[in-house]
Write a protein that binds this ligand. Sequence first.
Ligand code: AMP
Ligand code: MG
Length: 275
Amino acid sequence: MGKIRIDYERYRVPDKGAFSLSSISPDDDQGIDKASARKRVKKNLDDLQGFQERLYAENKQSLLMVLQAMDTGGKDSTIRKVANDLNPQGCRVTGFKVPSAEELSHDFLWRVHDHAPPAGHIGIFNRSHYEDVLVVRVHNIAPQTLIEKRYRHINDFERLLHDHGTRVIKIMLHISKEFQLTRLRRRLERPDKHWKFNPSDLKERKLWPRYMEAYEAMLNRCSTEYAPWFVIPAEQRWFRDLVVSDLLVDTLQRMDPQYPEPAFDVREFPPESLK
Ligand code: AMP
Ligand code: MG
């Protein structure tokens, strides 16, 4: 198979210095050929399966992938793609919607912590605690003085997860406002996509610049060395799949999960001696 190497490090938000969304083009594809990208994604998904099995058997570390994006950014289809071949027993996807009255009566991380992946598992967040510094900031749902403190609360929370063996990677699927328009139109053109259209998405769309400002603020304040943010060009879906799957495979490779040593002396149990 042709070896293609993509560079996802260019999409990492540095933990120091000023990052601007305008530095990453939402339709970037690094000039990669689509057919070889697809082949490589397939190989990545196979590799992921192997890593997941070892992660589960090892039962010590876990991986959390946080996905954020504007409406139509492709969170659902990214999850469908990368989680499709995973063993459901060791993988949990959690979607975060408008908080319930009970959830709102607690601190904003209360509902999130419960869904952090336990040892051996892969967790995927479709939206996350970051909504509490995105939509909440754009709509002034909480006092700005409190939202201001949340960046630190989030960094401390992710540090806690990290210290307990959870590798956290955070992905913003990056699209342009023009691209969103084509996707929203498509949702209205196709009856099988109507369920995905919500008239309130148009209200959020009008607030695009304020959302981008909120995204930039949180990217600059919450990309850490232990829980980095990646801003991934997401207009070419096949390229997005390639970058996300490469990132997952490399992360798991670095985590290097191992099958545990058997808790018995294997020599005492020659397979042919079993009755
Ligand atoms: P969807 O992902 O399209 O099903 O929509 C879920 C909606 O829930 C989005 O509009 C989010 O902005 C909203 N949402 C998620 N978390 C929160 C939160 N903490 N506070 C307010 N709205 C939220
Ligand atoms: Mg929606």
